[in-house]
Design a protein around this ligand. Structure first.
Ligand code: PLP
Ligand code: TYF
Length: 396
């Protein structure tokens, strides 16, 4: 049966982790995968999470099946976070939200639902994008194409190209947009440019699918979420996937969500019923723990304040590391202007380094980034920054 099975290629990002683990270089630094580490190089366990879990342990409960769409208090907290607790869509009940297995699960449930709804649609993702976007929508049965995004020549966004592609897209095209902290480039479009994207989506009758994997990592929870409000204001119906992997440092608990903004409450009920079919036929219902923890934090004012402070601390530390990276590269002798690193936002920096340079960094110095030149600046810290700057300077 399996004799003809071919070896599949490794995930270009997660595969780096395996290579990193096997590297015996004592100075090695992993800037490959998008994970936030604190200044001691440790994966944080947030105090808000610890506190919620300690409370749960005081009164352990049995584990029945959750409803197909997950914990109600969790889904409601997600709605509040994404749309605003007092927003019109939440108050009028026209958001259908389900608890998903990570942000990836939210994308997958949305993709499966969309395939039934719009079987002949094409999916557009940014060029470049998180590679799993392409794989996931391809596996759901869609042709996946891309819209221009990164412009290597100007170290920025080819916004004219992006807009032209959206304006040329067939009605019904599903457009995957990074709500904030674009992965992999670190470049987000401006508020004024979002307005133009929204106008194009409206004029061309496109289906926006906002991937919000980093809410709070850019400029703040509300600031990063403001783009959702713009889509609401424009009167569009659209999809939003949420991930708490990074913002709660709960990567392995697989906590995420999918929200679909509908025309009205009755439509949202019908949409929710179809999302449940997609869930049932994939994994039946979600796991409890991660969702229960996030709900216990978001729905408790004191814990939520702790979370917001801890998230802010992560955000501020990343920004500080960006500045240190720019300064350190200069001090290490890099002549070219690297200040673009501080105009990027979120976990990643598209460094502009070539594949050859990235391979050298890995093989000669044990500094791991992706072949595309992406580095996770959220893994830099006061102990490894100087070494990384020296190594990058050498390959430049
Ligand atoms: N979308 C983007 C843009 C991401 O970078 C990630 C990263 O993990 C995800 C989705 C998936 O999130 P999760 O790990 O919660 O599935
Ligand atoms: O882009 C990243 O590094 C994160 C983590 O298949 C990730 O989003 C990477 C690859 C993948 C799943 C998650």
């Amino acid at each position: 049966l399996f004799t003809a099975v071919e070896m599949a290629p490794r995930d270009p990002i997660l595969g780096l982790n395996e290579q990193f683990a096997a590297d015996s270089n004592p100075n090695k630094v992993n800037l490959g995968v998008g994970v936030y580490y604190d200044d001691n190089g440790k994966l944080p366990l947030l105090n808000c999470v610890k506190d919620a879990e300690a409370d749960m342990m005081k009164a352990p409960t049995a584990r029945g099946y959750l409803p197909i769409d997950g914990i109600v208090a969790y889904d409601n907290a997600v709605k509040g976070l994404v749309f605003g607790a007092d927003s019109e869509p939440v108050k009028s009940g026209r958001v259908a939200t389900i608890q998903a297995i990570g942000g990836t699960g939210g994308l997958k449930v949305g993709a499966d639902f969309l395939k039934k709804l719009s079987p002949n649609a094409t999916v557009l993702i940014s060029d470049p994008s998180w590679e799993n976007h392409r794989a996931l929508f391809t596996n759901a049965g869609f042709p996946v194409e891309s819209y221009p995004y990164y412009d290597a020549a100007t170290r920025g966004i080819n916004f004219d190209g992006m807009l032209a592609a959206l304006n040329a897209a067939a009605p019904g095209t599903i457009v995957v947009l990074h709500a904030c902290c674009h992965n992999p480039t670190g470049y987000d479009i401006t508020a004024a440019q979002w307005d133009q994207v929204i106008a194009a989506a409206k004029a061309r009758n496109l289906t926006p699918f906002l991937d919000m994997a980093y809410q709070g990592f850019g400029n703040g929870i509300a600031e990063d979420g403001a783009v959702i409000g713009k889509f609401v204001e424009a009167g569009l119906t659209f999809f939003v996937s949420t991930s708490f992997s990074k913002s709660f440092s709960l990567y392995g608990e697989r906590v995420g969500a999918l929200s679909v903004l509908c025309e009205n409450k009755e439509e949202a009920a019908r949409v929710l019923s179809q999302l449940k079919i997609a869930i049932r036929t994939n994994y039946s219902n979600p796991p409890i723990h991660g969702g229960a923890v996030v709900a216990a934090v978001l729905n408790d004012p004191a814990r939520r304040a702790v979370w917001e402070a801890e998230l802010a601390e992560m955000r501020v530390r990343i920004k500080a590391m960006r500045q240190k990276f720019v300064d350190g590269l200069k001090a290490a002798g890099v002549k070219q202007d690297m200040s673009f690193i501080t105009t990027q936002i979120g976990m990643f920096s598209y460094s502009g380094l070539s594949k050859d340079q990235m391979v050298r960094l890995r093989n000669e110095f044990g500094v791991y980034g992706t072949d595309t030149g992406r580095m996770c600046v959220a893994a830099l810290n006061s102990k490894n920054i100087e070494y990384v700057c020296r190594c990058v300077a050498q390959v430049i």
